[in-house]
Design a protein. Structure first.
Length: 474
């Protein structure tokens, strides 16, 4: 029995790695055994028995009997046998049983009862039934396989690889031979393609190999205008997806500039080197065995978001880690290797470091993951710069910036738009109804002209449609 002067656990809340139980339910052991399954299938975790829902230490009697029963239930109800440690923590003469579950290597770990076998995983602070695609990944991990290395139903001669061969020749100066497909892990000696090989084929019959791209109006997916300025869906092989995704962002990557005494400084919304790194990461680390899932690129006025299926491969949450010291664990190592050969990425995991070096500020980018999704948010450099101009109090800087913005973006506006600018300048809270009255135009005409002014980054809507206001950017 381990005695501690102070219970060394956080009682603030249950988390991905911690769960509290007031009692040990023997008649309904699924209530806690499902968490044993989930912890084994994830990054491990700890269950504390003898702590109630209010995070108060209640304690348990006859702990030796409880320990024996816990061990017996895990051995008979969890398959394969989970790796666990049990200890007792004593505080103020109250005993708490600490059940530590070690991350398993023989995944998936099932809860077995009444002839049924169920796989559980941890989502946030809950243990839930694992969806099929996660079970498939757990099976592959247990067999030391990755999805991209698994054999597909396609033969090498069934598909073509024109783009892949041309890109390889351009990048390396060498022709791609049939034997290279074997050495790269894209097919076996019987010419059966792996899923990595399928993903690099021209036809790429995997329907989930897609990117959905949207440029939204405003700061979210709701607007007084049309919801989206631009909307594209791309499918096909990975090289084409990388190119199309990059070009979509580039088409909406606007450039502002500031006039200096003898030159001018240009500012793009988003650093193109960072964009490439983020797209490559999304393509090589996403889960490809989720039918109906795809990568989403969403561009708003103030930020760019890239979301891909599948969290961190080791089950951890990236927002809880030191980004620069995350070990390189690749969900699709064959795809990553081919991308390295094509000079789209480095073999060693240095992507995060390169991103931070290019941005120069960690606050300009945010990473988030859970068990099913990975999301990165990149802030719009010019949107932030406009806010900086508002707050610097530097008269010369503000005047120069405003002069450039006016010169760049107002020379092609029509008389209606000039009138709308004057109306907004005199009353930032003006409504479309008043605009209609002042200009004698219909609502669709007002909406269209406001949309064009927003696209030119002359105005923006701050806040909600009901309680927000208009802001001039010139």
């Amino acid at each position: 029995m381990i005695k501690l002067e102070k219970l060394k656990i956080s009682l603030s809340a249950e988390t991905t790695e911690i769960e509290f139980k007031e009692e040990i339910e023997y008649k309904k052991p699924k209530s806690w055994l499902k968490t044993v399954s989930a912890f084994s299938n994830g990054i491990g975790g700890t269950i504390y028995f003898g702590v109630n829902d209010n995070r108060e230490i209640i304690g348990l009697e006859d702990v030796q009997k409880h320990i024996e029963k816990i061990s017996e239930l895990i051995k008979t109800r969890i398959e394969p046998l989970a790796n666990f440690n049990i200890s007792v923590i004593t505080q103020n003469n109250k005993n708490v049983i600490r059940l530590e579950i070690i991350q398993g290597t023989k995944t998936p770990y099932y809860y077995v009862a009444d002839g049924n076998k169920i796989v559980f995983v941890r989502i946030g602070n809950e243990s839930v039934n694992a969806p099929t695609y996660i079970i498939n990944e757990l099976i592959a991990k247990g067999e030391k396989l990755t999805f991209d290395a698994m054999p597909s139903k396609y033969n090498f001669d069934d598909l073509s690889f024109t783009l892949f061969k041309a890109t390889y020749l351009q990048k390396t100066g060498k022709k791609l031979e049939e034997n290279d497909f074997i050495s790269f892990g894209l097919m076996d000696e019987k010419k059966q393609l792996t899923y990595a090989g399928v993903l690099f084929s021209d036809q790429c019959p995997l329907l989930q190999s897609r990117i959905f791209c949207t440029r939204w109006n405003g700061l979210d997916k709701t607007s007084i205008f049309e919801d989206a300025v631009d909307d594209k869906e791309y499918s096909g092989n990975l090289i084409m997806l990388l190119e199309n995704g990059f070009n979509f962002i580039k088409n909406h990557n606007k450039k502002a500039w500031k006039k200096l005494p003898r030159t001018r400084v240009e500012y793009y919304d988003y650093n193109e080197r960072v964009i490439t790194e983020l797209l490559v990461n999304a393509l090589i680390h996403r889960m490809y065995d989720i039918v109906g899932a795809e990568i989403h690129i969403d561009i708003y006025d103030d930020r760019l978001e890239i979301e891909s299926p599948g969290g961190m491969y080791d089950g951890t949450m990236i927002q809880n880690q030191d980004i620069l010291n995350i070990p390189s664990k690749r969900r699709n190592p064959i795809i990553a290797d081919v991308f390295q050969r094509l000079d789209f990425m480095e073999r060693r995991g240095s992507g995060f470091k390169k991103i931070y070096e290019a941005l120069g500020d960690k606050d300009k980018i945010k990473f988030y993951s859970n068990r099913t999704d990975f999301k990165v948010t990149l802030m719009n450099e010019n949107y932030s710069r406009e806010q900086e101009v508002d707050n610097t109090g530097d008269k010369n800087y503000t005047e120069n910036y405003t002069e450039n913005y006016t010169e760049n973006y107002t020379e092609n506006i029509n008389e209606t738009q000039r009138k709308l600018i004057e109306l907004i300048k005199s009353n930032p809270n003006i409504t479309q109804k008043i605009m209609m009255e002042e200009t004698n135009l219909s609502r669709p005409a007002i909406t269209l002209n406001l949309k064009q002014l927003k696209d030119k980054r002359i105005i923006e809507r701050v806040g909600s449609d009901r309680k927000g206001y208009w802001k001039l950017l010139i």
